[in-house]
Design a protein around this ligand. Sequence first.
Ligand SMILES: Nc1ncnc2c1ncn2[C@@H]1O[C@H](COP(=O)(O)OP(=O)(O)OP(=O)(O)O)[C@@H](O)[C@H]1O
Ligand SMILES: [Mg+2]
Length: 296
Amino acid sequence: MFDQASMLRDVARRASAEASNRTLLEHQPAAIAITSGKGGVGKTNVVANLAVALANMGKRVMVLDADFGLANIDVLLGLAPKHNLKDFIHGDLELEDLLLDGPDGVRIIPASSGIEQMASLTVEQQSKLIRGLSGLGRHVDYLLIDTAAGISANVINFLLAAGIVMVVTTPEPTAMVDAYLMVKILAHRESRKRVSLLVNSVSGKEEAIKVCRQIDVVSRRFLSRPLELFGFIEKDRNVAEAVRHQAPFIKMFPNSIASKRMNVLARKLHSYCEERRSTDELDVWWDSLFHSARPS
Ligand SMILES: Nc1ncnc2c1ncn2[C@@H]1O[C@H](COP(=O)(O)OP(=O)(O)OP(=O)(O)O)[C@@H](O)[C@H]1O
Ligand SMILES: [Mg+2]
């Protein structure tokens, strides 16, 4: 059967080969996709605030809004994009023409909201986007990808292209079940994919560990793979308050518990990526998947 993922790998492999005389480690960003099974669990807030936290550490950060159906990172940040991904995919703009200047130097590639044709990109359109990102990615340290909730082909292909996938859940049973389903689909598609859990809206570390343990037990039993807890964020009403003001909570309420936690997560992510850089493990980078040329 025709396999979209292997075709996309091929495109990205060629795109990186075209970028002549470069070493992979120097020029590829660490690519982290933030996803979830259930909607509304906090993905976009995590992406926006993690991006600002990394930028405040002096990192060059680019955010891709890959929620093509219901894009909203620009709304969350109070930005008004003139163009969006539709103009790149269906028009003649370059990807860099879409870049928006977000807070603290974060660059944002906005998606287009509510345009049905964007909600399911063809494999050629996804290839075009991956090629564009491979080019732009050379100028940044971190590429954070905010995906739509759920398991559409669009989402899965982005998750497969990213080096690290973070599945966000809350302690709600429905969100946990859907998080497990996401982990399961990824495990079936790409057994070596690095998948971590980020538990949002918890009372504290204990609750996060409990949530992770519950999903981990099922994952070990049925998928034979453990699930790593990347981190957690406390339930904090400053988050909703900042959303109402269309500002990242980390800027509006820098001393809030959620903001402090976000800084911890950014430092953790950075040291994790640096560790892999120093040990030459390439698997956190955007196109690393495509360099290993392993069968899908
Ligand atoms: N740590 C938190 N504490 C309190 N409220 C939170 C927290 N994180 C998120 N929220 C609330 O959840 C709402 C949804 O968050 P967000 O839009 O980031 O979710 P999402 O997963 O991106 O949703 P969608 O699937 O629709 O894209 C926020 O507007 C905010 O009110
Ligand atoms: Mg969102």
